[in-house]
Design a protein around this ligand. Structure first.
Ligand code: ZN
Length: 232
């Protein structure tokens, strides 16, 4: 019998993809804006480089901390729900079985078959059946704080290193132009890539992220110029 071609569903990638793209976008936008702002204030090449590296480290740390804290609280909620479910199954298995059967009836099973399925699944592993089918928590979507923190910090670092490379290869005279242009190109590519992997419209996604990136860079350039002229 011909072996079935493995299905490539997008849901499996959603968890880490969203964190990765968010991190990389943030890395490019926040670091390039900061670099352009500092450069617009008239700082020298070395100070701009130091500011960029500081932005990368600070940003990666705050992304990791933010993801870890938010995903951990999601994990806490999941654990609390599972604990409640465990008690309910122990104290009232009959109505828990009926509840599960109702879920399967709602999904289209005949009542008699639904009760049979609920019974067999509860005999095999009641908590897993309820966690998956009632609470909607399964291995694929359950919260993984460390994975989320590491992937978003890594993605931020990769994103932030792109404008830093542009600083490294640019002279002071064309630094602002180089950092702005390369960052906007990276944002466009990343926006399109994220849409492609997520099955969304690539053009809209690319325009959306590039617009916000350009706005952020323009705003910080204005602020840098303003403070550069007023303090020097
Ligand atoms: Zn239940």
């Amino acid at each position: 019998m011909a072996s079935k071609k493995p299905e490539n569903h997008k849901t499996q990638h959603i968890g880490w993809l969203r964190a990765a793209v968010l991190g990389a976008n943030d890395g490019i936008i926040s670091t390039s804006s900061l670099i352009v702002g500092v450069a617009s204030s008239g700082a020298n090449h070395n100070s701009i480089m130091v500011a960029g590296i500081a932005a990368l480290i600070a940003g990666a740390a705050s992304m990791a901390a933010g993801e870890y804290v938010s995903v951990s609280s999601q994990l806490d909620t999941e654990k609390a729900d599972i604990a409640i479910e465990r008690i309910e199954i122990l104290t009232d298995p009959e109505s828990e079985k009926n509840e599960l059967a109702e879920i399967y009836v709602g999904r289209g099973l005949e009542r008699s078959l639904a009760i049979q399925v609920a019974e067999q699944l509860m005999n095999k592993d009641a908590l897993t059946a309820h966690t998956r089918d009632e609470l909607g928590i399964s291995d694929i979507v359950s919260a993984k704080p460390i994975q989320a923190a590491v992937s978003s910090a890594a993605a931020f670092t990769i994103g932030a290193s792109l404008p830093l490379i542009a600083v490294f290869i640019s002279s002071l005279s064309n630094l602002i132009l180089m950092v702005s242009c390369t960052s906007l190109v990276f944002l466009t590519v990343l926006g399109a890539l994220a849409a492609y992997v997520g099955g969304a419209n690539m053009r809209i996604s690319a325009i959306r992220v590039t617009f916000w990136g350009a706005l952020a860079i323009a705003l910080t350039a204005m602020v840098g110029k303003f403070f550069g002229t007023t303090t020097l």
